[in-house]
Design a protein around this ligand. Structure first.
Ligand code: AMP
Ligand code: GLY
Length: 426
């Protein structure tokens, strides 16, 4: 089977790495990929927003299955375009991807299907939104309706902060068209959990539990990012309880979407807050989490490729998947300044010594190869250093000893990925 992976982040490197181990694979392609992906796949310089170019690439190389990593091409309808040409592609179509591309749509679907989520209001008119903000009880969360690379969510402690967030999104346009409409919702408290499940629109294979770390700095301080690290499984939730969370958050959404004639096929990701009142959905994403994929996929014992191909074909035949009984921890190394402005082009050192270590995976996110074949930084999140261990503590220690050997100018990382999980175990 010839497979094309679309995307250029750490998630896509983890997907490409897992697919590269499949006995069904004959050749792996990526577009555009990154310096790490180029070590295991033939990379083509077609960007993720060039849908016609990607279609052309898939046709010319007789690709049997295309796997889409990021949300933007899914929201832009890449699946619909490939299917029109009779090509097999893994991911939801444009209508189903709206679960991520419109938070207002997503919240309305949750309400309709009885899925627990924070109370909310949707606004397209800034004066009405401001009026509500001044009247409502604080704190609240303001969310840009559209895609904002994980940065369109602001937690506001006072109505002044709330009004400022509304002004930035709705009149100053910091997130462009994505912020013209907003959701204002109640703040929830609890432990966050990422729930990932593979589905053909009817049957569901839940993946192992994981937890992301959204804030830029230690102790959950600083701005929200795309994610600074993750681990799997989550020790604060039993397997039985996790199944209940899947039943409350994934199953009703998959069933509801199918009933409405927009079946969801692909990977459905529920961002869940485990509150005292039970699990509440914060958001749905229409693709693997990044960096959750890097923490979950190394634990997967079963071959992923047939499952992706079955879902792309419209009917899941695999009943379940097997896991290594190990913990996995993924630490993001980011460019100084991320998630704000950062410089690129710094040389990365120490990769060779880490690459040879057992049970360590260095997934590349923002990297390119320099003129001498050296690795250079090329994005906000640069590398995701991942380790498998007998338990969370062992994975933590192994990951951080590897992180300590890798350097690039201005680079930083959180030192507390998995710490809260370990405290639960104590
Ligand atoms: P979202 O993109 O909706 O998942 O939001 C990004 C992050 O903002 C989440 O992972 C949470 O950390 C935080 N967040 C979103 N909604 C809420 C909420 N209602 N209460 C508390 N935190 C939230
Ligand atoms: N790690 C959060 C996300 O992928 O949206």
């Amino acid at each position: 089977m010839k497979v094309l992976v679309i995307g250029q982040g750490g998630r896509e490197h983890a997907l490409a790495h897992k697919i590269s181990k499949s006995p069904l694979l004959t050749k792996l392609y990526a577009a555009p990929g990154n310096a790490g992906i180029s070590q295991i796949a033939e990379c083509h310089g077609v960007d993720t927003d060039q849908i016609a170019g990607l279609l052309d690439l898939a046709k010319k190389n007789s690709i049997d299955l295309t796997v889409v990593g990021p949300e933007a091409p899914l929201a832009a309808g890449i699946v619909d375009e490939f299917q029109k040409s009779g090509l097999s592609i893994f991911g939801p179509n444009q209508a189903a991807a709206m679960l991520e591309s419109s938070k207002a749509f997503s919240k309305d679907q949750m309400t309709k299907f009885g899925i627990p989520t924070a109370d909310y209001e949707v606004f397209s008119n800034i004066n009405e939104a401001k009026h509500f903000m001044i009247e409502t009880e604080m704190p609240v969360v303001v969310k840009a309706d559209g895609l904002a690379a994980g940065k369109g969510v602001v937690i506001c402690q006072s109505s002044q902060e709330g009004v400022a967030a509304l002004t930035q999104m709705m009149s100053e346009g910091v997130f462009g068209a994505a912020g013209k409409k907003v959701v204002i919702e109640k703040v929830l408290e609890g432990e966050e959990l990422s729930v990932l499940a593979l589905t053909d629109g009817e049957k569901i294979i839940p993946l192992a539990s994981s937890q992301d770390h959204k804030r830029a700095y230690d102790h959950d301080r600083g701005p929200n990012t795309g994610g600074m690290g993750a681990y799997s499984p989550c020790p604060f939730i039993s397997e039985e309880k996790f199944r209940e969370v899947v039943d409350l958050t994934i199953r009703p959404m998959v069933a509801g979407m199918a009933k409405e004639g927009t079946p969801y096929r692909g990977l459905l990701y529920a961002g869940v807050m485990m509150t005292r009142q039970g699990p509440f959905v914060l958001e749905y994403n229409c693709r693997f989490g990044d960096p959750e994929a890097q923490a979950v996929l190394p634990r997967l014992k079963s071959d992923l490729l047939p499952v992706l191909a079955e879902i792309a074909g419209g009917s899941l035949k695999t009943q379940s998947v097997e896991w290594y009984d190990k913990s996995c921890l993924a630490v993001v190394l980011a460019s100084g300044g991320y998630p704000g402005f950062y410089h690129k082009g710094f040389k990365i050192t120490g990769l060779e010594s880490v690459a040879s270590q057992e049970n360590i995976f260095v997934f590349h996110a923002g990297t390119v190869k320099g003129p001498q074949g050296e690795f250079l930084t090329a994005g906000g999140r640069v590398l995701v250093v991942t380790a498998l261990g007998e338990n969370l503590k062992a994975a933590y220690e192994r990951a951080y000893q590897a992180v300590g050997q890798i350097h690039f100018e201005g680079g930083f990382y959180r030192r507390d990925i998995g710490r809260r999980g370990m405290e639960v175990l104590r």
